[in-house]
Design a protein. Structure first.
Length: 168
């Protein structure tokens, strides 16, 4: 995955539209499905919990399928990019302990993966206005910069590919 420039205002407005649309679609469709099931299959005991639950589950599956189908739509570009970025950062995070150890030993691929993680996290946290943990990120970045200089490694973030994580 390559990091891209994203307009924060456009991202926030499109994310808000997606969130509101998902909530509305989930609420309306779950109620419609539940009521249809209750009408078609009334319960003698008066408890319709299972029909209500089924309505919510079917609606949630429908919303997820709709999001996956619309992921490639041009108006979803910013939201889909952040979605993919979070998944890519999660892959790096799962290997973080091994990457840190390998970076200490001078492994250039480990340093590249960490640099991608730091740059991606910085972008993600800026887009989401989550700057509280930026100090810890800056500390980790400074440590990585020291390792890069110590081992004479040159990092080009555009060369990052998630396939390098398989070695760790």
């Amino acid at each position: 995955m390559k990091l891209q420039k994203i307009d924060k205002q456009l991202y926030r407005s499109r994310l808000n539209i997606v969130i509101v649309a998902c909530i509305a679609l989930l609420a309306v469709s779950s109620l419609a499905i539940s009521q249809a099931l209750i009408y078609l299959f009334p319960s003698e005991s008066g408890s319709n919990f299972h029909w209500n639950l089924l309505g919510v589950i079917v609606s949630a599956i429908g919303v997820v399928m709709t999001l996956i189908k619309l992921k490639t739509h041009p108006k979803m570009h910013e939201v889909a990019y952040v979605w993919d970025l979070k998944q890519a950062l999660n892959l790096v995070y799962r290997k973080k302990r091994k990457l840190d150890a390998a970076a200490e030993q001078g492994n250039a691929d480990a340093m590249l993966a960490l640099q991608f993680s730091y740059d991606g996290s910085r972008q993600l946290w800026t887009l989401d206005d989550n700057t509280i943990t930026m100090d810890s990120l800056n500390t980790a970045q400074a440590k990585l910069d020291e390792l890069v200089e110590e081992h004479g490694v040159e990092l080009d973030i555009s060369n990052y590919d998630s396939a390098i994580l398989k070695a760790f």
